[in-house]
Design a protein. Sequence first.
Lengths: 342, 342
Amino acid sequence: MSRPTVNDIAREAGVSLATVDRVLNARPGVRGKTITAVNEAIARLGYVRDMAAANLARSRRYPMAVFLPDGGGQFVQTVADALDEAAQQAAATRTEMSLIRYPAGDTHHLAALLAGVDPEAVAGVALMAPETPVLRDAVRALRARAVPVVALASDLPNAGCDHFIGIDSRAAGRTAGVLMGRFLGARPQRVAVLAETMLLRDAIERRRGFDEVLQADFPLVEVLPTLETHGATEALRRGLAEILTGTDLGGIYLLGSGHRALTAALEGMGLLGRVVVIGHELTKASRAALESGHIHAVIAQNPGHLARSTLRVLRAKADRQPIDEGQEQLRIDIVIRENLPA
Amino acid sequence: MSRPTVNDIAREAGVSLATVDRVLNARPGVRGKTITAVNEAIARLGYVRDMAAANLARSRRYPMAVFLPDGGGQFVQTVADALDEAAQQAAATRTEMSLIRYPAGDTHHLAALLAGVDPEAVAGVALMAPETPVLRDAVRALRARAVPVVALASDLPNAGCDHFIGIDSRAAGRTAGVLMGRFLGARPQRVAVLAETMLLRDAIERRRGFDEVLQADFPLVEVLPTLETHGATEALRRGLAEILTGTDLGGIYLLGSGHRALTAALEGMGLLGRVVVIGHELTKASRAALESGHIHAVIAQNPGHLARSTLRVLRAKADRQPIDEGQEQLRIDIVIRENLPA
DNA sequence: CGGTTTTTGAGGTACGCACCTCAAATTCAT
DNA sequence: ATGAATTTGAGGTGCGTACCTCAAAAACCG
């Protein structure tokens, strides 16, 4: 017994090959009754489309465009690398990718780039960007031109994207909160929260999740107001010093990037390894800090998974095919020194 | 420009299609000089053989056989389900899978099954089994008959498998150890270790990793000898009670399965939620226990990833193609209530 | 040099599917 | 019932490769 083919379906359903083809590829001009009959035959025979052959026959290409902020920190670079690697693999299914960088934060620039996307030349768009009104409109316009759009890492809930690929920031914050609470133990302690900026939705959501958990489950822990560093190492150092004059510090929660700066500041203060530090995203810096014991846990999303998921989802959207939610669901990874991936 | 094809190579090398084909498929009847010329043309054009088209032309199928223990606990069932799902997906690339169960622990039976594998009818074999001499020989014999073999979840280091798909048990144990140490805090505490049996390599390795970490980094924690329950709820209850008469218990490390029994025993003793419990593998039982706060962390490997990886690796081996190590590397997942996947 | 062996070329069929065209059959509305 | 619209069938071509046959060309041998 070999696998059933389209011919077998045609015979089984009592229709012609052309009709089976119309049903399989959702082409118009088939009665509902016939569609049902064909689908039943498909189910009866357990037919599975041979994607390799299908793609070969189509000789269709899937040029995808991915927009990433330029200079958005280590994490962005990690994602870019993962995307490049995923693209190499995906080339086997004629999925191509061009990575386009835009000045970080300049959503006007990005919106202009999106406006210039040619639906003929681009089968799908993925973007990592903060949500602004300009960008929201740009995404809407793109989708109106039938270009699938997915949000990467940071959701754009009101832009009407086809999909969001990333983890729930609030849940990630909750996870960080539980770890912080447990690592601190059952004594009264204070926790500082650091962020480059609180303007990004992600940071706000993480902080919210973090607070929720600590308030509910670890009442002995006091979470201090967020210290915004705006990327300035000096501001970080000063802020930390100020906090430390008033009181003892049990832990530090790093909402965004800045592992390197934090490590430097802590070293200067002789605090390295004496404070529980929990951060986000696995980058070269945070990995090194984990390895040397300077930070204790990182909440991360697997960049490889993120990248492959992005291309798969865009491909599915381009073909108007359903998405395997289970496979595309990104997990909230907890990374400590002992389970650092090689 | 699109990808070069065999025709492009023929033109570039100044030979005919037939000759290119002979070179590509290592057929005889070509002068060394010509072979070199063709290979140079291939290199110059950066030709990559389209395996999809090649296999289509060969109309090759990939029937894989996966052997799982019967009655090996919830985890095995979880893996089986994941494999079924992965097989459905993989069917699109003519990869088929048959799941074969053997009596858990009966490696003689399994060895007999492996001896009966027909290399013509099976493109690859995956198996989850403890390593025994009989099995080792059976695996060697299979590989001698040119059937790729991969080990699933539990490694068979001396059987000469083509690949191991799973996580490093020792590292998993270390991860559990760090979490236990941190969750317990900086007070002197005792930790009980439970296992159904210590005959399996996995359990031994986990325990070793666990001990290593606690000895080195958490000297205040005393790890008690392993309590083997042999699957008997009553033995578990008695053993725990015995431990509790002597001393206070800070934590419990569950080396293998048995979440349900442990929860029941703890409930009977009024200890639910008052002891730090860390276990392995995410199953229905351990998930429920995490949700209700009865256990605090689970060290797991993603069964979906494991399943997809298994089929991908077997397929690559069958085609004698290289493996994307990055993609096949399973992560050691730390799962707590807050990052339970949906 | 002729004869033999080896190498090469030309061309075809097949794999499973997509996509196209044109005509025939069926259904629908009036 | 009649014409129009819709639905279906038949058949073809091509995707990139494998594998086959037969004849032509080239290389080799003594």
